[in-house]
Design a protein around this ligand. Structure first.
Ligand SMILES: *[C@@H]1O[C@H](CO)[C@@H](O)[C@H](O)[C@H]1NC(C)=O
Ligand SMILES: *[C@@H]1O[C@H](CO)[C@@H](O)[C@H](O)[C@H]1NC(C)=O
Ligand SMILES: *[C@@H]1O[C@H](CO)[C@@H](O)[C@H](O)[C@H]1NC(C)=O
Ligand SMILES: *[C@@H]1O[C@H](CO)[C@@H](O)[C@H](O)[C@H]1NC(C)=O
Ligand SMILES: *[C@@H]1O[C@H](CO)[C@@H](O)[C@H](O)[C@H]1NC(C)=O
Ligand SMILES: [Zn+2]
Ligand SMILES: [Zn+2]
Length: 586
């Protein structure tokens, strides 16, 4: 057996200084290894170069590679155990490493694919553009390394001859190296309706009624497999309970075998128990979390599942792998490659400064540390449109909360920061409306259910809702010596996170937020300015409000009544604000 080549911590120069920790060293919670062990990533969205302003997530993809190699060496090789690596998709849109290239993901997928995953699949973010989908299919799904490891049971690729072919494999069969455990692997993407023309998504529940699944279950009866793994880009629990329904169907095909699910998409840490022999792990987002799950033993009548959410940092990686030095030769080489790519894409270029941290949902909307408060009070009022309508007494500017993707951390504002926080460009539209109508649009859009297209990426953990329904609660941790971070609640309780943190409160984030307006009378006209892509909802809300005021006695407005406002995008205004802070801070 070849020993790992460990190199000392030299070589990679970073543009950022090493952190001095403000916090005491926490006592980490260890992993309960089992016969079959999984490491799970999901929704990495291009975050392969670590989090340069958050020391709790200071590991990059090269450190992860080192971790995997050392873990394998110290805990798996030569033992009666196996390790499988799983990713469940959404590998771009959110970080400059993936998004500053054309097509998006061109170079980041080469880096991502240096981890020797055993099971790979795709998320909805691999399906937004034809270029992105072709890149994923040709460079990963059918690549030499992954052609036997890429699974998608309900997504098909449309090839150059216009034929629908499986996106990788409909299923795969694995026999593990050490314990010879026989595993059948399936994978389902959630019911995603907006795929581009190079892919077709069949709803999982429909796919499960097809003949091939029945035939598969007949040829892989209990005596031929030890467990089923489902790697899904689908949350373990959501308002529609999609995965629970998938499980009910799968159970009818595989009545008495362990089924281990891995989920994604809603960007949270979560763990759900479906029945005695079936659980689902979801491992967060943005390379903040490495999920661990062990099954011991899949063939026993009393099978034990153990989950752990590992903070994606070097301290945790060192601890769980039992490493003396975390760097392996291959890992160090990969870190170097990432660093080089960041430089070539100019992602380290400092273009501004952030004087304090601003949060999406860890502070209430009216807090000076809330990012939407910053946008509506400080940044958006700088918008200057083409419209200089003097008759207009005022203006409201509305944005959807989902257009902001990440907390904004105090420190240098690099070219990468915009990709992280406000990645999308936008066009502005406006309507001239009586103030009494305009001011109610916000309420109409926020009082209804979550508009997924609009809503913040930080959706609620349905596990905590489930727990609350059962009258179960985790303590709020208020230890000032600990850093603020994940204190997850899930079906197994309050101790799933490997690192004890100070709890972060989560405040409700509405669908939309808007700027304030002073001293405008109800009947005066105002310009109501909003993102072009919200126009359908804004028009419908306006008609609903007009109906309340005027009955059916008015001419309904349509999308063609919305006019171009001009002006810079939120992304540009945000960059200018950060840039001005830099000048102020000199
Ligand atoms: C990105 O990938 C392309 C295609 O493989 C390659 O030609 C190019 O050199 C890569 N760029 C960087 C900065 O590594
Ligand atoms: C099942 O296993 C757990 C953990 O190993 C043990 O505590 C429990 O007593 C076992 N239950 C039965 C019914 O064997
Ligand atoms: C508000 O508007 C009224 C009437 O136009 C005006 O008299 C008053 O000065 C305004 N107040 C402020 C604070 O602008
Ligand atoms: C707006 O209302 C129309 C008519 O009821 C409906 O067809 C359309 O889907 C609605 N648009 C949005 C974005 O909700
Ligand atoms: C705004 O005005 C500029 C300059 O006149 C023009 O180029 C641009 O097309 C206008 N934008 C819109 C959205 O009308
Ligand atoms: Zn995602
Ligand atoms: Zn997704």
């Amino acid at each position: 057996m070849k020993l790992l080549e460990i190199v000392a911590c030299v070589g990679v120069t970073t543009a950022f200084p090493t952190f001095f920790s403000l916090w005491k060293e926490p006592d980490l919670r260890g992993l309960q290894l089992g016969k079959i062990n999984f490491l799970h990533t999901t929704d990495t969205h291009g975050w392969l170069g670590s989090h340069l302003t958050q020391e709790d997530f200071d590991a990059d993809w090269g450190d992860f590679l080192s971790f995997v190699e050392i873990f394998q060496e110290n805990h798996i090789n030569g033992k009666n155990r196996d390790l499988l690596l799983v990713d469940t998709g959404d590998k771009r849109d959110g970080n400059g490493i993936s998004d500053a290239t054309s097509p998006v993901g061109l170079n980041s997928s080469q880096i991502f694919n240096e981890i020797d995953y055993d099971i790979l699949t795709l998320g909805n973010h691999e399906l937004y553009t034809p270029e992105g989908t072709c890149l994923e299919y040709y460079n990963t799904a059918i690549s030499e390394n992954f052609k036997d490891k890429y699974v998608s049971s309900n997504v098909e690729f449309i090839d150059d001859d216009n034929n629908a072919v499986p996106f990788g494999n409909k299923y795969i069969y694995i026999e593990t190296k050490n314990t010879k455990t026989r595993i059948l692997v399936l994978s389902f993407l959630f019911d995603f309706q907006r795929s581009n023309e190079r892919a077709v998504v069949t709803p999982a529940l429909e796919e499960l009624d097809k003949k091939w699944i029945k035939r598969l279950s007949e040829s892989y009866k209990m005596d031929r497999i030890d467990m089923v793994v489902v790697a899904g880009h689908i949350p373990p629990s959501d308002p529609d309970n999609e995965l629970r329904q998938v499980h009910d169907k799968l159970r009818s095909y595989f009545p008495d075998v362990v089924i281990q699910y891995f989920g994604g998409h809603s960007h949270i840490r979560d763990f759900v128990r479906f029945d005695e022999k079936a659980t689902c792990l979801q491992s967060g987002k943005f390379s903040e979390t490495l999920g661990f799950l062990s099954v011991d033993d899949p063939n026993s009548n009393n099978v034990t599942f153990s989950r752990r959410y590992i903070d994606f940092n070097k301290r945790s990686f060192r601890y769980h792998s039992n490493a003396k030095s975390l760097r392996t030769k291959k890992g160090a080489r990969l870190s170097k490659k990432i660093h080089k790519l960041r430089n070539e894409l100019s992602l380290n270029d400092v273009i501004g400064y952030i004087p304090q941290s601003y949060y999406l949902s860890a502070r209430p909307l009216d807090s000076p540390e809330n990012i939407y408060n910053l946008l509506t009070n400080v940044i958006l009022p700088n918008l200057v449109g083409n419209v200089t309508d003097d008759a207009v007494m005022g203006r409201l500017i509305m944005i959807n909360t989902g257009s902001v993707r990440y907390d904004l951390h105090e420190g240098k504002f690099t070219r990468d920061t915009t990709y992280n926080v406000i990645p999308f460009p936008n066009e502005w539209k406006y309507l001239t409306l009586p103030y009494k109508v305009a001011k109610l649009i916000e309420r109409v859009l926020n009082d209804g259910p979550i508009i997924y297209k609009f809503s913040s990426p930080e959706m609620l953990s349905y596990s905590s809702i489930r727990a609350a329904n059962k009258g179960f609660k985790c303590p709020f941790i208020d230890d000032p010596d600990l850093s603020e971070g994940f204190t997850t609640i899930d079906d197994d309780g309050c101790e799933g996170d490997d690192t004890p943190h100070r709890s972060q409160k989560r405040y409700h984030v509405p669908n939309v937020v808007q700027t304030k307006i002073n001293n405008v009378s109800d009947d005066s006209l105002v310009n109501f300015v909003f993102y072009e892509f919200m126009k359908g909802h804004v028009v419908n809300a306006t008609n609903e409000i007009m109906t309340r005021f005027y009955g059916s006695n008015f001419k309904k407005i349509t999308i063609s009544d919305t006019k171009n406002y001009g002006g810079k995008s939120t992304k540009t205004l945000f960059n200018e604000w950060a840039h001005n802070n830099l000048n102020d801070s000199i």
